[in-house]
Design a protein around this ligand. Sequence first.
Ligand code: PMP
Length: 309
Amino acid sequence: MQNSEHPKYAFFEGRITEISRAKVDIRTNALQYGTAIFEGIRSYWSQKDGCNYVFRMHDHYKRLHKNSNIMMIDIKYDIEKLCSITLELIKKENYTEDAYIRPFAYNSGLKIGPKLTGIEQDLFIYSQPLGQYLDLDKPIDVCVSSWARIPDNCIPPRAKIAGSYVNSAIQKTEALLNGFDEAIVLDSNGQHISEGSAMNIFMVKDGMLFTPPVNDDILEGITRDTVIRIAADKLGIDTKQRSIDRTELYTADELFFCGTGAQVCSIGSVDRRKIGEGTTGAVTASIQELYFKVVKNEVKEYSGWCTKV
Ligand code: PMP
């Protein structure tokens, strides 16, 4: 539920300003053509420590910088500067709840025409309160979408490109209109699973974890990486990155989504077929529990991922 008090501020046109003053021209190239690349970062409120922690902020900005090359967007702030602006912004908001941070690098010029070069560019950052994005209180019901994931040689899914989220919106909307909570999307050949509309997917089979590789048209998720690492380090469960077929989902022991927004979300059914017992399985439950400790800086060896605001 959006808290009307927040956000109060945004970093816009080079400075922190009131959110009501952060407005773009209707002719903005990124608004017209989706020519922008963005990030989604979470800050977590720790009741225990009485402070907010931003999770894997450096890694998110590293991904933004690397992928901006795909979009030929020249981000004028280095990673350290982006981190310090973000911390200042979150400090000013004074959150006592979990929040989502949206850095957005975009073609800010007003020229007509979809083109990546020869146009002004800029970056803004704002945040907003964000509790659960998907229901974490019970396993969710998902379908395999009739819409395919965009392939790398159309709009590269490994980058968070603004325009590519039309693909996600179409998938998510179809799922919701048909009475599901979320969609699982196949690649454009219809051969393999890629991911959810805005989250990566993991399958548990015979005590092993499986997830699609980075060349199966997925976003190279930071939560995906977190899950792979904490499952190996703390639970002794290795992840095999390999292509996954649709019917492997139906015969999985457990399935879950993960993402900055989605966090770790258990899947109870796919295409009305119950997964396992239809309840949250033991491996998913352990990863979920560990994940929420890690993001709130309660597991010492991962404290380097949590930046205190
Ligand atoms: N896939 C897509 C399409 C996404 O939008 C997201 C959310 N950023 C993810 C996967 C998960 O990525 P991350 O864990 O880095 O948030």
